[in-house]
Design a protein. Structure first.
Length: 309
């Protein structure tokens, strides 16, 4: 019988154990590397865009007051339409807002950038709609510029500006701005009003309810064309266009029951806004008095901003 020394057996045993440990470590290392290969690479956080002074291409589209580097931006969309660049809302509100660190802005529209488009010859309704698209693109460019810098953006739309603001939401999305305040607008304008405007005729609402159209088009070609610019927005059914937006809780809507310019909201329009969780403020006033009576409350409710008169 062959004799095997205990010492030799011990060496072989420890050698076998070492081989097992080595093989196990190699296996674990291989599995670990394999798992690392299957895992998605860790994304490095992109640095936030720095808030800087406003770029020249944006300055060419706006009128503003306040700190160019303010973290909060209020964009005002005024009444009209007009060929004059309406800056009064910026001038009026900028010194009255609390907190003070707010950049107040208004944006050019197609007919304020180039007033000749409504002068000279009568335009078609289709051409007016095209001009309105240019206005929405300009507003969207400015709004997106500030949003992409991480600023908080609020939009106030009054009268004609209410329709422009609604169109921005419908075309570019509710996230275009953080909060919206619409004053003296309509969602579904009466057909007789927008059809008359498309013919260059003016109109109004008796007692805020009954639409009345002028018998003849405005004698001024510019005014006829501005009426058509208005018709290009008024013709839209915003209860349909905004129905794809699941929630309008970021929108505050103010209307007057005796609004002679655009009419009061109908029961259907009110129900639509309620169904989308919009906040509604209403009073017995007309087009202009509603703005004056509710603007302080509206700013507080919509934006959390105080107006100190």
């Amino acid at each position: 019988m062959k004799t095997i020394s205990l010492k030799a057996k011990s060496i072989d045993y420890h050698h076998s154990i070492s081989k097992v440990i080595l093989m196990t470590l190699l296996y674990l290392l291989t599995v670990s590397c394999s798992n690392d290969d299957n895992e998605p690479p860790v994304k490095e956080e992109e640095p936030a865009v720095a808030i800087t002074e406003i770029s020249q291409d944006i300055k060419d589209l706006i009128y503003f007051k306040g700190d160019e580097k303010a973290a909060t931006v209020l964009i005002t969309v005024p009444g009209g339409p007009s060929t004059a660049f309406a800056t009064d809302l910026v001038d009026d509100f900028s010194p009255l807002l609390i907190p003070k660190e707010i950049l107040t802005v208004t944006v050019h529209q197609a007919q304020t950038l180039d007033s000749t488009i409504v002068k000279g010859n009568d335009i078609t309704l289709d051409l007016a709609v095209g001009f309105n698209t240019q206005s929405i693109e300009a507003l969207d460019k400015v709004t997106a510029y500030f949003k992409n810098q991480g600023r908080t953006v609020y939009i106030l739309g009054f009268s004609f500006g209410a329709f422009v603001t609604q169109d921005l939401i419908a075309k570019k999305g509710i996230d275009s701005a953080d909060k919206y305040l619409i004053v003296s607008g309509r969602l579904d304008m009466n057909a007789i009003i927008w059809q008359g405007a498309a013919e260059g005729k003016g109109g109004f609402f008796e007692n805020g309810v009954t639409p009345i159209i002028a018998a003849d088009p405005n004698p001024s070609v510019k005014e006829r064309n501005l009426n058509r610019i208005g018709a290009g927005f008024l013709m839209n059914r915003y209860t349909q266009l905004l129905n794809t937006v699941p929630d309008l809780s970021d929108l505050t809507y103010i209307y007057g029951e005796m609004d002679q310019a655009v009419g009061r909201l109908t029961d259907d329009e009110i129900q639509f806004l309620r169904s989308k969780n919009a906040q509604i403020l209403a009073g017995p006033g007309d087009h202009d008095t509603t703005f004056g009576e509710f603007i302080v409350q509206g700013f507080k409710a919509a934006f959390g901003i105080e107006i100190v008169l």
